[in-house]
Design a protein around this ligand. Structure first.
Ligand SMILES: O=C(CO)[C@H](O)COP(=O)(O)O
Length: 165
């Protein structure tokens, strides 16, 4: 069984949620395939929507909330979510106490979302960036680990203290 690392992550390898609404399903499926080939990932959890599924028209807030809850409850370490812009799923995930979700479409922001902000959730927009960039950014993002001894830690703690978790 996996233990907990200093970042709250599973020490047995990352457990990663992937999800989208219908506007992000093409990118979700492409990144899902990448994650399944990625040796760093212990478990990939696809929360939909499924292209041919009954949940295909599930609105983005349900996707963001479900992903945030999985992390909050310790059932996953990270989530990568897509919608048209990436904004809606981030707003939804951020409604869950303790969740830090960010929309990032460039390499520097992707890096800082972990190293500065200790984000557990990355969101991107299928209507905003190209597929190959989204795939690359997802891979990069999973390679970063927050350093609890860094100068950024006390800033993130302000958020945790405010939320009480
Ligand atoms: O991008 C979205 C939400 O941020 C979603 O994929 C589309 O939402 P809509 O513009 O309200 O249809």
């Amino acid at each position: 069984m996996s233990g907990q690392g200093t970042n709250g992550e599973s020490t047995g390898g990352l457990r990663v949620v992937i999800g989208s609404d219908e506007a992000g399903v093409d990118y979700k499926d492409a990144v899902l395939a990448d994650l399944e080939r990625d040796g760093r990932i212990a478990e990939v959890i696809d929360i939909g929507v499924a292209r041919d599924g009954e949940d295909f028209t599930r609105p983005y807030p349900y996707v963001g909330i479900a992903a945030g809850q999985m992390i909050s409850e310790g059932r996953a370490d990270r989530a990568i979510l897509f919608c048209g812009t990436g904004l809606g799923v981030a707003i939804a995930a951020n409604k869950i106490p303790g969740i830090r979700a960010a929309t990032a479409h460039d390499s520097f922001s992707v890096e800082r979302s972990v190293l500065s902000n200790n984000c557990q959730v990355l969101t991107m927009g299928q209507r905003v960036i190209g597929l190959e960039l989204a795939r690359r950014l997802a891979k990069e993002w999973l390679g970063y680990t927050f350093d609890p001894g860094s100068a950024s830690a006390s800033k993130v703690k302000v958020l945790s203290d405010f939320e009480g978790c």
